[in-house]
Design a protein around this ligand. Structure first.
Ligand SMILES: Cc1ncc(COP(=O)(O)O)c(C=O)c1O
Length: 407
């Protein structure tokens, strides 16, 4: 049997990620491959490290890519930072906090959680109470929990953790470049991300940044792979993953260039181009763009007579949760939106599955035309499903928002 040439449908991806990759990124991935230690390749790796320092607003030398989707970097961080039996405090306000809990458990850590209802965030006082009571070696949280669309405030968090002798890890997969994230100013020790949200790329590469404090902890567990070099091993227990061993990854990305995995050329190129697009715009400009178009989408959804989900004072700029009207089958409407308009939006997980839709406005799709097209298509489907909605209510509210911002 011969198969046709690959020809995926053209969709407008307005869900919680992945989104349509910026065409610049798609073009970059098709560039020629080189050997992994070709001077051009290693220079490109160094350039990419520099570009991600700007994305993360950090001077951290150890800013690199983990090959894999976002959870590869989460797992690399937790398995490398946490020795078995060590205490970690995880803040859970949605599905991705639960993911941190699970990964830390699998790493053999002693996991303690603090919890908030989905749709809310923690105050610094609540986090401090947890740190005071439990005295963990590590505090772990998600910045933007995509499942709930909430954005956890992080200002002052690193300083707080350090006062209690804890390091601080943040999963910024869905929030980086869409919301303020000042890694150095907020003293966040390890922060990881993925390309497929506000960075405007495909999934498959996970940028990570590591503070000097965290590097020391990880290096104390350094055990160089046999047959590579006589490198000095640290006194700590060997990290329980080879692929996700951040000490070995630092040795690979650093001047030692110790052999580890074979860095993926196409994903390196993609990650580099994602960060170059942001460098052109300036990180503050990229965040502002997400704020503008996300707010226009939120206004438009309300203009359709829909109710937004969660604490709106802490909503991520780039993902909006909206309650599915009682008289509409949410999954059927989403399927119709995809079928009729080629527009994808998401539902959520667990208690929010079938209860909210999640509409993403991120990366290449944080654009006026993408916002307006989505609102127009959603209005048409709401009507077809028998749900009364103000004529042009969504598009007009969004356009009014743009007009107000311009004046
Ligand atoms: C906040 C957050 N963390 C982690 C992940 C997992 O990312 P990946 O699917 O790239 O492994 C996601 C994916 O949506 C996410 O939104």
């Amino acid at each position: 049997m011969t198969l046709d040439q690959l020809n995926p449908p053209t969709r407008l991806l307005m869900g919680p990620g992945p989104i349509n990759a910026d065409p610049r990124v798609a073009r970059a991935t098709a560039s020629a491959l080189t050997g992994q230690f070709d001077p051009w390749m290693t220079a490109t790796m160094n350039e990419t490290m520099g570009l991600y320092r700007s994305v993360f607003s950090t001077a951290n030398e150890q800013t690199l890519l983990v090959d894999g989707t976002s959870r590869a970097a989460i797992e690399a961080a937790l398995v490398s930072l946490l020795s078995p039996g060590q205490k970690v405090l995880v803040a859970v306000m949605g599905r991705f906090g639960l993911l941190l809990e699970e990964i830390a458990e699998r790493a053999g850590a002693q996991v303690i959680t603090i919890e908030r209802p989905w749709g809310t965030v923690f105050t610094l006082d609540e986090i401090e109470e947890g740190l005071r009571t439990h005295r963990p070696a590590l505090f772990a949280t998600v910045q933007g929990d995509t499942a709930t669309t909430m954005n956890q405030p992080l200002e002052g968090l690193g300083q707080l953790c350090h006062r209690y002798g804890a390091l601080c890890y943040v999963d910024a997969t869905a929030s980086v470049a869409g919301n303020a994230l000042l890694v150095d100013e907020w003293e966040l020790d390890v922060v990881s991300a993925g390309l497929q949200k506000c960075l405007a790329g495909p999934s498959g590469s996970a940028p990570i940044t590591i503070s000097e404090r965290a590097r020391e902890v990880i290096y104390s567990r350094r055990h160089v792979e046999a047959g590579i070099s006589e490198g000095a091993d640290g006194p700590g227990e060997r990290i329980r993953s080879n692929y996700l061993d951040l000490a070995m990854l630092m040795d690979y990305w650093g001047p030692e260039r110790l052999n580890h995995h074979t860095e993926s050329g196409p994903m390196l190129y993609a990650a580099r181009e994602c960060a170059r697009i942001i460098a052109d715009e300036g990180i503050a400009g990229t965040v502002a763009r997400h704020r503008l178009h996300g707010a226009a989408m939120a206004a438009g959804l309300e203009g359709l007579g829909l109710e937004l989900f969660g604490d709106q004072t802490h909503r991520m700029n780039n993902v909006i949760g909206v309650k599915i009207p009682d008289d509409v089958d949410g999954d059927r409407l989403r399927a119709a939106l995809l079928e009729d308009f080629a527009v994808e939006i998401g539902t959520s997980f667990g208690p929010l599955a079938g209860v909210v839709w999640r509409v993403g406005v991120m990366g290449y799709n944080a654009r006026r035309d993408a916002v307006l097209a989505t609102l127009a298509a959603l209005e048409a489907e709401l009507r077809r499903f028998g749900h009364p909605t103000p004529a042009s209510g969504g598009v007009e509210a969004a356009m009014n928002h743009y007009q107000e911002q311009e004046s």
